[in-house]
Design a protein around this ligand. Sequence first.
Ligand code: HEC
Length: 258
Amino acid sequence: MNNYLKRIARYTVATTLAGLLAAPVFAAGGGAELEKADIDPGQIPSLQRGASNFMNYCSGCHSAQYVRFNTIGKHLELSEEQLVDNLMFNAEKTFETIRSAMPAADAERWYGTAPPDLSLMARARGADYIYTFLKSFYVQEESPTGVDNIVMPATSMPHVLWELQGYQRAVFSEHEETDSEGNVSTTVHFEHFEQVSPGTLDAEDYDIFVRDTVNFLAYIAEPIRGERRKIGTWVIMYLIVFFIIALMLKKQIWKDVH
Ligand code: HEC
């Protein structure tokens, strides 16, 4: 029994250590620095544009199965007509969730990896990650999709926004390092992108397009954020009022003692 407990303890220490050690390695895995998405979840027009971007450019492959159209409609201040006309391409009822147009099994066969559900992606990876990911596709002829991605090397997602962004090339630099034993190793650093062919949007408008899309993804990952803030305000007001009453009561009770 004692031995068994020791083994568990050792295992726990080992996995914790492994976790601590692995974390920075993982963060550096893509080798790319993340750009700030700079989103504003309070901006309804940005969320509306983002919803439309998502439905037009992402929902063909990705679902967002925890999100209902009527919830989006309410929070994004859309009328039922706007909702049906602009967002609900593959749904009939407003209480339906966002399904992908593509059956998961087919997607897996075609892309090797099924496109993940994006409901909680912004919480899992962070807004900055998705923002940088969507800006970091570059031409790579050997890849089956014709592109690769700095943030997620060897990704099976194609550059679905190529018409808007155009194509870019990645410029890398090589650094030789010699360690104390004289072994030479080469590391490759990503430097910058060079535009190869233009898209329909210039760089600034493409950033806005991506920012709106990521804003929407951040919103669906936490759709009650706005409500929670409202509730928070009420709770604090309640506490202040309660504190004043308590103070008055205390004075009242102690009045005769002094
Ligand atoms: C043609 C199908 C297709 C479309 C359209 C598409 N994706 Fe993807 N996406 C994929 C596939 C396949 C993967 C899995 C990639 C992998 O694991 O290598 C993926 C993965 C992702 C990931 C996860 C990356 C990670 O680190 O795991 C994000 C985020 C993402 N897509 C966002 C989007 C957004 C936003 C859009 C719309 C602008 C979009 N995708 C449109 C196929 C698609």
